[in-house]
Write a protein that binds this ligand. Sequence first.
Ligand SMILES: Cc1ncc(COP(=O)(O)O)c(C=O)c1O
Length: 444
Amino acid sequence: MTAPDIKTALPGPKAKALIDRDARAVSPSYTRPYPLAMARGEGAVVEDVDGNRFLDFAAGIAVSSSGHSHPDVVKAIVDQAHRFLHMSGTDFYYEPQVRLAEVMGEIVPIAGPVRSFFGNSGAEAVEAALKLARYTSGRQYTIAFLGGFHGRTMGALSATASKAIQRRGFGPLTPGFYHAPYAECYRCPLRLTPDTCEAECLGFIEDQILLHLVTPDEVAAILVEPIQGEGGYLVPPQQFIDRLKAIAGRHGMFLIVDEVQSGMGRTGKMFASEHFGLQADIVTVAKGIASGMPLGLCSAKADIMSWPPGTHASTFGGNPVSCAAALATIDLLRGSLMANAAAIGARLMDGLRALQAKHPLVGDVRGKGLMIGIELVRDRRTKERATSERDALVQAMFRRGVLLLGAGKNAIRLCPPLVVSPAQADDVIRLLDEALGEVAAGGR
Ligand SMILES: Cc1ncc(COP(=O)(O)O)c(C=O)c1O
């Protein structure tokens, strides 16, 4: 399928009818940025119900790693579906779950033997990690980061500090969470640059949290995204990761690395942690692992994950069809897709740097592989956040047939399927150039 190819006004008549039905029957809590009603997908292309075709640079929120309906993944799903759909790994054994746990032991950035717990989503993976850290350490508290996103269930939401609206009206949340500033180097509150700082933002943990709020021996874990996703695709400097690891090590806290968005080849390596030489105690994975089938994993050092039968489980977690999809996905990532993510990511980054030189609206461009953030500002000196311009840019790109998502208050993320081609990347840069010009000129 070729894209972009926009044939109707957006939304077209069939999309509009579906959206009207949705408004009556579906929870209004979802955040739909534009009226895209999907009919089918192939690779990095999505066709809507009116036959319009879009380049998908959102991948269902960084999920469709091997592209839409990759034949190898579909075959693995169909083959498994013919054998059996469900048996519950909570009570019984089956090969795809055991095999996937073995493969996770080979690929997750954890030293030594690894065990994995199976859930259905990123939030469930994080819940498992938080519970495991508390259970095994016998400590109650977790330190997480401002701007971090870890999911919407009560425990994961208590760790999440992304947008206040996500927490509003749900309090009291689970007690036992403190938040420290993340390395938002483009807006460093200490006015330092990565070359001159030693991750002073992390001083907040030892100089404030551990001094005034909680003693280290009560902190079970530090929970961190190695690249902050929903917070704006923020890439921390190496010293941030090193200092974090040192703090956790010094106080015997587990380091939980949330790779839900940054993992599974997206950054050009299997896990973003690998860019920093980071080894964790516990790692959470979901989104891209099964190319869109629901699956969330919490992997940990085997001696940390030694909780006894009955402590934690899930009826659907580790669904055999999802596990089969994950095994096929990992084969594809190891085959050529990780390398493609690195190559196309570099190509996009070159194109974006050129756009940054041309368009004053582009304040910062950052990322690894196909996890790329573009931060829009009204003034490069004051860095005033260009939030309405960001929203307008997302709309302008939708009208041009490109699916994008925002991240943080004023950034756009590029997170296409890892099968994206050089020509598709070039098209998106060309269309971004046009759309940035339109937004700067005050266009819709
Ligand atoms: C880093 C991170 N952790 C956890 C989650 C939660 O995943 P889910 O929406 O599958 O519950 C997300 C979702 O965006 C995420 O980006």
